[in-house]
Structure formats: structure tokens, C-alpha cells
Write a protein that binds this ligand. Sequence first.
Ligand SMILES: Cc1cc2nc3c(=O)[nH]c(=O)nc-3n(C[C@H](O)[C@H](O)[C@H](O)COP(=O)(O)OP(=O)(O)OC[C@H]3O[C@@H](n4cnc5c(N)ncnc54)[C@H](O)[C@@H]3O)c2cc1C
Ligand code: FES
Length: 254
Amino acid sequence: MKKIEGEILNNIDLGDGMFQLIISADEIAKRVKPGQFVNIKVQNSLYPFIRRPYSVWNVEDDVIEFLIKVLGSGSKLLYERKRGKIDLIGPLGRPFLDPPSDLEIILIGGGTGIAPLMFYAKYYSLSSFKIIYGLKTAPNEYLYSRIQEITDNVLISTEDGSFGFKGLVTDLVKELIKDKYIILEKSMFIICGPLPMLRAFKFLPPERTYVSMEGTMACGFGICMGCAVKSKSSNNYLRTCTEGPLFKLSEIEI
Ligand SMILES: Cc1cc2nc3c(=O)[nH]c(=O)nc-3n(C[C@H](O)[C@H](O)[C@H](O)COP(=O)(O)OP(=O)(O)OC[C@H]3O[C@@H](n4cnc5c(N)ncnc54)[C@H](O)[C@@H]3O)c2cc1C
Ligand code: FES
């Protein structure tokens, strides 16, 4: 497990508590695959002691980008860091599965959960896929344009109805299935977002639905069991940081 020193190149406010963190870190940029994450030391001091995990949103040459939501003390400190060296460990976790050729891939994101899904679609130059994106309120123009650079096949739901479908992303997906825009039998689903949102997608076929978990973590590389999720098939626990973060919905209890 190697620590890597990155250099913050920019840190841009995207509104609604989200920001784009741009870091030069060629050792990670060269190796990272979609779905993997980086454990970031949010500031160069002992506090906070525990690193914070963030999925890679995009890679350009030796630069990696993150899409981050301010939630608590760690992300707030990160938001305030505009330039300078930053201590990283990564890439960590197992990459998302290779895209199957016989199924349409439906990528469903909630909030910053869109980040690894955009990296996945871009990395594999997916041909047959759709993005369904749920937010509380209308997306920032820049964020929306970044999604559109990847595909026009994007549908958005907002809880306040300020953009796209009014309601929860689960309701939008149910509508799209009813309208045959999504053909359940011919689709594979990859979902990333807050845990209550992942739970609400249990109506999708569990054998063809994958969820990327964004729960609490500590070490990030398999030692502490701080990220364990219960396996359905045995009495064991699976570690989000090493066996995940992506799991088949039929494999875990959430
Ligand atoms: C593999 C992985 C990838 C991730 N990728 C991203 C990403 O790309 N962008 C991003 O913004 N976040 C991502 N997260 C979540 C991110 O790690 C947490 O939001 C972050 O650690 C919170 O730290 P904090 O110090 O700001 O908040 P804390 O002080 O740790 O927590 C503040 C409050 O937020 C709650 N909270 C903490 N984490 C989460 C969470 N994941 N979901 C909902 N509530 C939470 C806590 O219970 C607490 O109430 C990812 C998590 C994992 C495990
Ligand atoms: S975070 Fe320590 S085992 Fe996963």
C-alpha cells in the first residue's frame, strides 16, 4: 500500500454543496479503472486521522478528478483546499465489471454517485447504455454539460421538480420500465448513490443489478472490517474496500 503525493491543481465549487477536485497524480491516473477509489488525507495534520474515500470521476493524462459533496468535517476541509500537495492512497477497491455485450447497460446515479458511472461509460466507450440521474434540485450547468459530453441518453429526476422528471429517481426508473424505454429483460443495472436509494432499487432483477456502496470506511485496504456488508450466501461479511465497492444486489444484505 503506497502513499502517493498529489498536487491540487484546482478546486471548483459546483453549487448545491458539490465541488470538483482536480489533482495531478500520475501514478494513480495511469492505473485507475472505473469504480475504484482513492483514500484521501484531507489535510496535512493528524486531524482528521481517518482518510476519506472518493471515487475517481475522470482521468485526463496524469490528472484525476473527483466530484465531492460536502457532508461533514472531512469533506468541508477538502472543499477549503484550493492548492498544494495532498496525500493519497490508491487506486483502491475492485474495478467495475467489464461491460457485457449482450445487455443494455443502465447507469443510475444519485448525487455524487454519478462520478464512477461517468468514468465507466467514458472508459469503455459504451455503445449501448443510458444514464438516469437523480438529484434534489436542477444540476449545475457545468456538471450537466460534462454528462452530455458522454451521452445524450441521459434522463434526470429532481425532487423539487426544477429540472426533468419531478420526483425520486426510483419513480423515474419505474416509469421508464412501464414505457418500455428500459426493457427489463435486456438490461443490466449499475447503481451508485446513498444507501436508502440503493435499497429502493430492490424491485430490479437482483442477478443483473449491481450496487456501488459508499458507506463508512477506515483503512480502505482490507484490515479493519470498518466497511463490512453482510453476504447473503453465507454468514460472512464482505469488505466494501476490497471485495467491493461494487456488489451484485443478490449477493449482499442492504
Ligand atoms: C468507495 C466510496 C466512494 C465514494 N465516492 C464518493 C464520491 O465520489 N463523492 C462523494 O462526495 N462521496 C463519496 N463517498 C462518500 C464519502 O466518502 C463520504 O461522504 C465522506 O467520507 C464523508 O466524510 P465527512 O468527513 O465529510 O463526513 P463525516 O463527518 O464522516 O459524516 C458527516 C455526516 O454524513 C454522514 N455520512 C458519511 N458518509 C456518508 C455517505 N457515504 N452517505 C451518506 N451519509 C454519509 C455521516 O453519518 C454523518 O452524519 C464515497 C464513499 C466510498 C466508500
Ligand atoms: S475500510 Fe478497513 S477493511 Fe475496509
